[in-house]
Design a protein around this ligand. Structure first.
Ligand code: NAD
Ligand code: ZN
Ligand code: ZN
Length: 395
């Protein structure tokens, strides 16, 4: 089959690789109909996530048609399903308390050492996201093997087209959990750092949850415009002092809740960020956390900070004092996707959530390397790329 493979920093290729096969009785094989490139994939593309190996198939946002099932899969051939990017067994301690992205059984024992050393405990399995998270082949491919297929995938009714439901695999639940973790109350002023797909869905979710004011922060004009169309007020951090503006826009108090939808590759010329850029380049560890640091300083005393943005290591000059002295609450994590697929599918069907407004480009799988390059280099206009294996390659 054809698949998008990683070969090094800024080097991804579409190649012919072996077809996936059923390995365990709970597996299913999907024929991919749609798959997307995520901001998280850019961390792999930029080479800032360890333990990716040349030839690894990427992709953790995908959906498709069931074409083969193991003896214990509950799926049936021909069903259309969306698959959560977090691989979860459904039966372990963490899965039973709905902390699916902490599943103890999905990252094979022989792969657990590195993440256990880094984080104190091994990570769960994720599709197409390095050998830290199991080394599973991802779904930016013609076919993919789905472990625990009796538990994770959600069956999609025929009348909903792919583009409406594809993002149930990751960014829609991630934006939703990002807002839920901010514990939004009806009178809240909420600030969201980053107007990429995750930030945009966090903004939409915060508004649906009843926040009275949402303030979106980025530096790309088109992405800020998308945030305004959702109902947010906006700040361009290259033109405006963010903390001062947020104080003013929140009546001199500071925002009630902050959502960091930027993660470990923050942009900007703040001095701490410039140092972090250099440290990240030479591989001495530092996550570029300047958006998160700004959020911790801008949120009001007693406020809430939610971090859907991905971090992978250590960070320097962290304002621990602000966190403690202001009595802030912080919640974060890889999304517990399986918790949200059914209720969010219902909201899509009811027309309460718009899931297609952010798709800027639909490309054939063969064009995936161009999709990565443009989503990385031209972030303003390339807001979300969907790849379709069946689409004809344009000359
Ligand atoms: N927790 C999860 O399970 C989960 C799931 C999906 C994605 N993520 C993470 O969420 C983050 C965002 O994902 P995305 O797909 O939206 O990525 P993206 O790269 O498309 O968007 C990030 C946005 O942040 C903006 N930004 C950069 N520095 C900033 C700063 N200092 N202040 C304000 N804005 C700034 C960028 O201009 C960009 O528009 C990534 O770290 C991704 O890995 C987490
Ligand atoms: Zn993703
Ligand atoms: Zn589990």
């Amino acid at each position: 089959m054809r698949a998008l493979t990683w070969h090094g920093t800024h080097d991804v290729r579409v190649e012919t690789v072996p077809d996936p096969e059923i390995v365990n009785p709970r597996d299913a094989i999907l024929k991919i109909t749609s798959t997307a490139i995520c901001g998280s994939d850019l961390h792999l593309y930029d080479g800032v996530i360890p333990a990716v190996q040349p030839g690894d198939v990427l992709g953790h946002e995908f959906m498709g048609e069931v074409v083969d099932t193991g003896s214990e899969s509950t799926l049936q051939k021909g069903q259309r399903v969306v698959v959560p990017f977090t691989i979860s067994c459904g039966g372990c301690f963490h899965c039973q308390i709905q902390q699916y992205s902490c599943c103890e059984n999905s990252n094979p024992a022989e792969k657990q050492d590195l993440s256990a050393k880094l984080f104190g405990h091994p990570m769960a399995g994720l599709f197409g996201y390095s050998h830290l998270t199991g080394g599973y082949a991802g779904g930016q491919a013609e076919y993919v093997r789905v472990p625990f297929s009796d538990f994770g995938p959600i069956v999609i009714p025929d009348h909903l087209e792919d583009d409406k439901v594809l993002f149930l695999s990751d960014i829609l639940p991630t934006g939703w959990m990002g807002a839920e973790n901010a514990e939004i109350q009806p009178d809240d002023t909420v600030a969201v750092w980053g107007c990429g797909p995750v930030g945009l869905f966090a903004i939409q979710s915060a508004i649906v949850m009843g926040a009275s004011k949402v303030i979106a922060i980025d530096h790309y004009p088109h992405r800020l415009e998308l945030a305004r169309q959702l109902g947010a007020e906006t700040i361009d951090f290259r033109k405006t002092d963010v903390r001062e503006a947020l104080m003013e826009m929140s009546g001199g108090i500071g925002v009630d809740a902050a959502i960091d939808a930027v993660g470990m590759e923050a942009h900007g010329f703040a001095i701490d960020n410039m140092i972090d850029v250099v440290k990240q380049k030479v591989g001495i560890g530092a996550d570029r956390a300047s958006a998160l640091k700004q959020a911790l300083l801008a949120v009001r005393p007693g406020g809430r900070v939610s971090i859907p943005g991905v971090y992978g290591g250590m960070t320097d000059k962290f304002p621990l004092g602000a966190l403690m002295e202001k009595g802030l609450q912080v919640r974060t994590g890889q999304t517990h996707v399986q918790r949200y697929t059914k209720p969010l599918l219902e909201k899509i069907e009811a027309g309460e959530l718009d899931t297609t407004f952010l798709i800027s480009h639909r490309l054939p799988l063969e064009d995936a390397p161009r999709g990565y390059k443009c989503f990385h280099d031209e972030q303003d206009s390339w807001t979300k790329v969907v790849l379709k294996p069946d689409m004809e390659k344009t000359p």
